[in-house]
Design a binder for this molecule. Structure first.
Ligand code: 3HB
Length: 337
Protein backbone atom coordinates (compact mmCIF):
# COMPACT_ATOMS: atom_id res chain seq x y z
CA UNK A 1 0.00 0.00 0.00
CA UNK A 2 1.23 3.49 -0.73
CA UNK A 3 1.70 5.58 2.39
CA UNK A 4 -0.65 8.52 2.78
CA UNK A 5 0.78 11.70 1.28
CA UNK A 6 2.77 13.80 3.73
CA UNK A 7 0.87 16.94 4.78
CA UNK A 8 1.89 20.08 2.87
CA UNK A 9 4.15 22.06 5.22
CA UNK A 10 3.00 25.48 6.31
CA UNK A 11 5.28 28.50 6.21
CA UNK A 12 5.34 31.54 8.45
CA UNK A 13 7.56 34.54 9.03
CA UNK A 14 7.96 36.80 12.03
CA UNK A 15 10.29 39.51 13.26
CA UNK A 16 12.51 38.41 16.14
CA UNK A 17 15.59 39.72 17.95
CA UNK A 18 18.56 40.24 15.67
CA UNK A 19 20.60 37.08 15.21
CA UNK A 20 17.89 34.66 16.30
CA UNK A 21 17.83 31.71 13.98
CA UNK A 22 15.18 29.71 15.80
CA UNK A 23 15.26 26.16 17.02
CA UNK A 24 13.88 22.93 15.67
CA UNK A 25 11.13 22.19 18.19
CA UNK A 26 9.91 19.21 16.16
CA UNK A 27 6.95 21.23 14.87
CA UNK A 28 8.43 24.48 13.54
CA UNK A 29 11.87 24.48 12.03
CA UNK A 30 13.95 27.40 10.78
CA UNK A 31 13.92 27.58 6.97
CA UNK A 32 15.90 30.82 6.63
CA UNK A 33 16.79 34.01 8.46
CA UNK A 34 17.24 37.50 7.04
CA UNK A 35 19.14 39.72 9.44
CA UNK A 36 18.43 43.43 9.01
CA UNK A 37 21.54 44.58 10.84
CA UNK A 38 23.61 47.72 11.27
CA UNK A 39 26.66 46.19 9.61
CA UNK A 40 27.26 43.81 6.73
CA UNK A 41 28.27 40.28 7.76
CA UNK A 42 29.24 37.02 6.15
CA UNK A 43 26.94 34.08 6.72
CA UNK A 44 27.86 32.31 9.96
CA UNK A 45 29.63 29.01 9.25
CA UNK A 46 27.81 25.77 9.91
CA UNK A 47 24.29 27.10 9.54
CA UNK A 48 21.79 24.71 8.00
CA UNK A 49 19.23 27.39 7.20
CA UNK A 50 20.47 30.13 4.85
CA UNK A 51 21.19 33.38 6.65
CA UNK A 52 21.37 36.64 4.76
CA UNK A 53 22.58 39.78 6.50
CA UNK A 54 21.46 43.06 4.98
CA UNK A 55 22.89 46.28 6.44
CA UNK A 56 19.67 48.26 6.69
CA UNK A 57 19.11 48.85 10.40
CA UNK A 58 18.06 52.39 11.03
CA UNK A 59 18.43 55.06 13.71
CA UNK A 60 21.35 53.39 15.49
CA UNK A 61 19.06 50.49 16.39
CA UNK A 62 20.35 46.94 16.58
CA UNK A 63 18.02 45.75 13.84
CA UNK A 64 16.00 42.56 13.79
CA UNK A 65 15.75 39.19 12.09
CA UNK A 66 12.97 38.08 9.79
CA UNK A 67 12.72 34.41 10.60
CA UNK A 68 11.10 32.00 8.15
CA UNK A 69 9.85 28.81 9.78
CA UNK A 70 8.13 25.73 8.45
CA UNK A 71 6.33 22.67 9.74
CA UNK A 72 8.15 20.47 7.22
CA UNK A 73 11.57 18.83 7.38
CA UNK A 74 14.27 21.17 6.04
CA UNK A 75 16.85 20.32 3.39
CA UNK A 76 19.50 22.92 2.61
CA UNK A 77 22.38 23.37 0.24
CA UNK A 78 24.37 25.52 -2.13
CA UNK A 79 23.91 25.95 -5.86
CA UNK A 80 26.30 28.06 -7.94
CA UNK A 81 26.65 31.23 -5.83
CA UNK A 82 23.35 30.71 -4.03
CA UNK A 83 22.29 29.38 -0.65
CA UNK A 84 18.96 27.61 -0.43
CA UNK A 85 16.71 25.55 1.79
CA UNK A 86 13.35 23.90 1.28
CA UNK A 87 10.70 21.96 3.16
CA UNK A 88 9.43 19.95 0.18
CA UNK A 89 6.88 22.64 -0.72
CA UNK A 90 8.61 26.00 -0.18
CA UNK A 91 12.04 26.89 -1.53
CA UNK A 92 13.98 29.80 -0.05
CA UNK A 93 16.98 31.00 -2.04
CA UNK A 94 19.40 33.82 -1.22
CA UNK A 95 22.24 35.39 -3.14
CA UNK A 96 24.55 38.35 -3.30
CA UNK A 97 26.00 40.37 -6.13
CA UNK A 98 29.30 42.10 -5.39
CA UNK A 99 29.61 45.88 -5.82
CA UNK A 100 30.26 46.55 -9.51
CA UNK A 101 30.44 49.47 -11.95
CA UNK A 102 27.45 48.00 -13.84
CA UNK A 103 25.03 45.30 -12.71
CA UNK A 104 22.82 43.99 -15.49
CA UNK A 105 25.10 41.11 -16.48
CA UNK A 106 25.64 39.92 -12.90
CA UNK A 107 21.92 40.26 -12.11
CA UNK A 108 20.97 38.27 -15.20
CA UNK A 109 23.40 35.58 -14.16
CA UNK A 110 22.33 35.48 -10.50
CA UNK A 111 18.62 35.43 -11.32
CA UNK A 112 19.31 32.86 -14.04
CA UNK A 113 20.95 30.65 -11.41
CA UNK A 114 17.96 31.10 -9.10
CA UNK A 115 15.55 30.09 -11.88
CA UNK A 116 17.76 27.12 -12.76
CA UNK A 117 17.79 26.08 -9.12
CA UNK A 118 13.99 26.29 -9.00
CA UNK A 119 13.78 24.14 -12.11
CA UNK A 120 16.30 21.53 -11.02
CA UNK A 121 14.78 21.10 -7.55
CA UNK A 122 11.20 21.18 -8.90
CA UNK A 123 9.88 24.44 -7.41
CA UNK A 124 8.48 26.09 -10.55
CA UNK A 125 6.50 28.91 -8.94
CA UNK A 126 8.27 31.96 -7.53
CA UNK A 127 5.87 33.77 -5.20
CA UNK A 128 7.96 36.49 -3.51
CA UNK A 129 11.31 38.20 -4.15
CA UNK A 130 13.25 40.88 -2.29
CA UNK A 131 16.08 42.95 -3.73
CA UNK A 132 18.22 45.12 -1.46
CA UNK A 133 20.21 47.34 -3.77
CA UNK A 134 22.98 49.58 -2.44
CA UNK A 135 23.13 52.94 -4.18
CA UNK A 136 19.81 52.18 -5.89
CA UNK A 137 19.40 55.78 -7.14
CA UNK A 138 23.08 56.32 -7.99
CA UNK A 139 24.39 56.24 -11.54
CA UNK A 140 26.40 53.25 -12.71
CA UNK A 141 29.61 53.59 -14.75
CA UNK A 142 27.52 54.20 -17.89
CA UNK A 143 25.36 56.90 -16.31
CA UNK A 144 22.36 54.56 -15.94
CA UNK A 145 20.57 54.57 -12.58
CA UNK A 146 21.50 51.44 -10.61
CA UNK A 147 17.83 50.42 -10.20
CA UNK A 148 17.29 50.63 -13.96
CA UNK A 149 20.53 48.71 -14.52
CA UNK A 150 19.25 46.04 -12.10
CA UNK A 151 15.89 45.90 -13.91
CA UNK A 152 17.63 45.23 -17.25
CA UNK A 153 19.43 42.17 -15.89
CA UNK A 154 16.38 40.84 -14.09
CA UNK A 155 14.16 41.31 -17.17
CA UNK A 156 16.68 39.43 -19.32
CA UNK A 157 16.68 36.53 -16.85
CA UNK A 158 12.87 36.55 -16.79
CA UNK A 159 12.80 36.59 -20.63
CA UNK A 160 14.95 33.49 -20.65
CA UNK A 161 13.03 31.64 -17.95
CA UNK A 162 9.58 33.10 -18.53
CA UNK A 163 6.81 31.01 -17.09
CA UNK A 164 3.90 32.33 -15.07
CA UNK A 165 5.96 31.56 -12.00
CA UNK A 166 8.74 34.08 -12.39
CA UNK A 167 7.06 37.46 -11.97
CA UNK A 168 5.81 37.42 -8.42
CA UNK A 169 5.33 40.04 -5.73
CA UNK A 170 8.62 41.78 -5.06
CA UNK A 171 10.45 44.56 -3.31
CA UNK A 172 13.34 46.57 -4.73
CA UNK A 173 14.72 49.09 -2.27
CA UNK A 174 17.96 50.69 -1.22
CA UNK A 175 20.42 49.18 1.23
CA UNK A 176 23.90 49.93 2.51
CA UNK A 177 27.04 47.85 2.43
CA UNK A 178 27.58 47.76 -1.33
CA UNK A 179 26.26 45.45 -4.02
CA UNK A 180 22.92 43.69 -4.12
CA UNK A 181 21.44 41.11 -1.76
CA UNK A 182 18.38 39.21 -2.87
CA UNK A 183 16.15 36.39 -1.77
CA UNK A 184 13.30 34.53 -3.35
CA UNK A 185 10.58 32.11 -2.29
CA UNK A 186 9.10 29.51 -4.65
CA UNK A 187 6.51 26.74 -4.31
CA UNK A 188 6.43 23.19 -5.60
CA UNK A 189 2.78 22.23 -5.96
CA UNK A 190 0.65 25.25 -5.13
CA UNK A 191 0.40 27.56 -8.12
CA UNK A 192 0.44 31.20 -7.00
CA UNK A 193 -1.97 33.81 -8.29
CA UNK A 194 -0.28 37.10 -9.19
CA UNK A 195 -2.39 40.21 -8.66
CA UNK A 196 -2.35 43.66 -10.20
CA UNK A 197 -3.83 46.97 -9.03
CA UNK A 198 -6.55 48.27 -11.39
CA UNK A 199 -5.40 51.80 -10.56
CA UNK A 200 -1.82 51.14 -11.62
CA UNK A 201 -0.18 50.09 -14.85
CA UNK A 202 1.43 46.69 -14.24
CA UNK A 203 5.10 47.40 -13.47
CA UNK A 204 6.13 45.01 -16.24
CA UNK A 205 4.26 47.27 -18.70
CA UNK A 206 5.76 50.57 -17.54
CA UNK A 207 6.71 52.77 -20.52
CA UNK A 208 10.40 53.41 -21.29
CA UNK A 209 10.45 56.77 -19.48
CA UNK A 210 11.02 54.71 -16.29
CA UNK A 211 13.94 52.75 -17.72
CA UNK A 212 15.00 50.62 -20.69
CA UNK A 213 13.46 47.44 -19.23
CA UNK A 214 10.37 47.55 -17.03
CA UNK A 215 10.48 46.10 -13.52
CA UNK A 216 9.52 42.41 -13.45
CA UNK A 217 7.09 42.00 -10.58
CA UNK A 218 3.40 41.72 -9.64
CA UNK A 219 1.65 43.99 -7.10
CA UNK A 220 0.84 41.02 -4.86
CA UNK A 221 0.89 37.23 -4.97
CA UNK A 222 -1.62 34.89 -3.36
CA UNK A 223 -0.46 31.44 -2.38
CA UNK A 224 -3.33 29.18 -1.35
CA UNK A 225 -2.88 26.83 1.57
CA UNK A 226 -2.83 23.05 1.12
CA UNK A 227 -6.04 21.59 -0.33
CA UNK A 228 -7.45 25.05 -0.96
CA UNK A 229 -7.13 26.12 2.70
CA UNK A 230 -6.85 29.89 3.17
CA UNK A 231 -3.44 30.99 2.06
CA UNK A 232 -1.08 33.90 2.35
CA UNK A 233 -1.20 37.14 0.41
CA UNK A 234 2.22 38.66 -0.21
CA UNK A 235 1.95 42.39 -0.90
CA UNK A 236 4.81 43.94 -2.90
CA UNK A 237 6.65 47.07 -2.00
CA UNK A 238 3.91 49.63 -2.70
CA UNK A 239 4.32 53.36 -3.19
CA UNK A 240 2.61 56.55 -4.30
CA UNK A 241 2.13 55.59 -7.94
CA UNK A 242 -1.03 56.03 -10.00
CA UNK A 243 -1.06 54.69 -13.52
CA UNK A 244 2.70 54.52 -13.99
CA UNK A 245 3.55 57.94 -12.55
CA UNK A 246 4.65 59.05 -9.11
CA UNK A 247 1.99 61.23 -7.51
CA UNK A 248 2.25 63.74 -4.64
CA UNK A 249 5.89 64.53 -5.28
CA UNK A 250 7.42 66.14 -2.20
CA UNK A 251 4.27 65.60 -0.09
CA UNK A 252 4.98 62.96 2.53
CA UNK A 253 1.48 62.80 4.04
CA UNK A 254 -0.17 62.34 0.67
CA UNK A 255 2.39 59.76 -0.44
CA UNK A 256 1.70 57.69 2.66
CA UNK A 257 -2.05 58.01 2.12
CA UNK A 258 -1.77 57.04 -1.56
CA UNK A 259 0.45 54.06 -0.68
CA UNK A 260 -2.09 52.79 1.85
CA UNK A 261 -4.90 53.33 -0.68
CA UNK A 262 -2.97 51.31 -3.24
CA UNK A 263 -2.54 48.45 -0.78
CA UNK A 264 -6.20 48.69 0.16
CA UNK A 265 -7.20 48.46 -3.49
CA UNK A 266 -4.94 45.47 -4.23
CA UNK A 267 -6.07 43.41 -1.24
CA UNK A 268 -9.71 44.55 -1.19
CA UNK A 269 -12.54 42.13 -1.93
CA UNK A 270 -13.28 43.44 -5.44
CA UNK A 271 -9.73 43.06 -6.67
CA UNK A 272 -9.29 39.64 -5.07
CA UNK A 273 -12.57 38.45 -6.61
CA UNK A 274 -11.42 39.76 -10.01
CA UNK A 275 -8.35 37.53 -9.66
CA UNK A 276 -10.34 34.53 -8.36
CA UNK A 277 -8.90 34.87 -4.86
CA UNK A 278 -11.13 34.45 -1.78
CA UNK A 279 -11.54 37.03 0.95
CA UNK A 280 -11.21 40.76 1.21
CA UNK A 281 -8.69 42.68 3.29
CA UNK A 282 -7.26 46.07 4.17
CA UNK A 283 -3.86 47.31 5.38
CA UNK A 284 -5.00 46.48 8.94
CA UNK A 285 -4.73 42.79 7.97
CA UNK A 286 -1.02 42.99 7.13
CA UNK A 287 1.12 41.09 9.61
CA UNK A 288 4.83 41.41 8.85
CA UNK A 289 5.00 45.00 7.63
CA UNK A 290 8.10 46.76 6.34
CA UNK A 291 8.00 50.52 5.86
CA UNK A 292 10.85 52.05 3.87
CA UNK A 293 11.40 55.79 4.40
CA UNK A 294 13.81 57.81 2.24
CA UNK A 295 14.62 60.63 4.66
CA UNK A 296 15.60 59.88 8.26
CA UNK A 297 13.87 63.11 9.27
CA UNK A 298 10.54 61.68 8.02
CA UNK A 299 10.65 58.52 10.14
CA UNK A 300 8.73 59.87 13.11
CA UNK A 301 6.02 61.35 10.96
CA UNK A 302 5.64 58.16 8.93
CA UNK A 303 5.38 56.14 12.14
CA UNK A 304 2.60 58.46 13.24
CA UNK A 305 0.83 58.36 9.87
CA UNK A 306 0.94 54.56 9.91
CA UNK A 307 -0.16 54.12 13.51
CA UNK A 308 -3.85 53.82 12.77
CA UNK A 309 -3.43 51.89 9.54
CA UNK A 310 -1.91 48.70 10.96
CA UNK A 311 -2.99 46.22 13.60
CA UNK A 312 -1.36 46.13 17.04
CA UNK A 313 -0.83 42.44 16.26
CA UNK A 314 1.40 43.24 13.28
CA UNK A 315 5.18 43.06 13.37
CA UNK A 316 6.21 46.42 11.88
CA UNK A 317 9.70 47.53 10.90
CA UNK A 318 10.75 50.97 9.69
CA UNK A 319 13.85 51.46 7.57
CA UNK A 320 15.66 54.56 6.41
CA UNK A 321 16.74 53.60 2.89
CA UNK A 322 16.43 54.89 -0.64
CA UNK A 323 13.49 53.81 -2.77
CA UNK A 324 13.49 52.72 -6.41
CA UNK A 325 12.41 56.10 -7.79
CA UNK A 326 14.13 59.26 -6.64
CA UNK A 327 10.76 61.05 -6.18
CA UNK A 328 9.27 58.38 -3.88
CA UNK A 329 9.49 59.15 -0.16
CA UNK A 330 7.97 55.97 1.26
CA UNK A 331 7.23 52.37 0.33
CA UNK A 332 5.29 49.73 2.29
CA UNK A 333 5.01 45.92 2.01
CA UNK A 334 3.52 43.17 4.11
CA UNK A 335 1.97 39.72 4.28
CA UNK A 336 -1.65 38.84 5.03
CA UNK A 337 -1.96 35.43 6.67
C1 3HB B 1 11.12 45.66 -7.88
O1 3HB B 1 11.73 46.18 -8.82
O2 3HB B 1 11.18 44.45 -7.67
C2 3HB B 1 10.30 46.48 -7.00
C3 3HB B 1 10.63 47.78 -6.73
C4 3HB B 1 9.83 48.51 -5.87
C5 3HB B 1 8.70 47.99 -5.32
C6 3HB B 1 8.36 46.69 -5.60
C7 3HB B 1 9.17 45.94 -6.44
O3 3HB B 1 10.18 49.76 -5.53
Amino acid sequence: ATPPPAPVPSLRSRFVDLGTVGVDDGFRRPLAAVHFAAEAAEEPAGSLAPQLTVPMATDGQAGFTELWETTGPVTAGRYAGLRYSHDGEHLFCAGRIAPAPRYSEAVRQAYGEAFRLMESLGFPYAFRMWNFVSGINDSNADGVEVYRDFCIGRAEAVDRWATDGVMPAATGVGARGGGIAFCLLASRSVRPVHLENPGQVPAYHYPPEHGPRSPSFARATYLAGPDGAPGHLYVSGTASIRGHRTVHEGDLDRQVACTLENIDRVVGRDNLAAHGVPGGYSPADLRTVKVYVRHAGDLERVRRLCRDAFSPEADIAFFNVDICRADLLVEIEGIIV
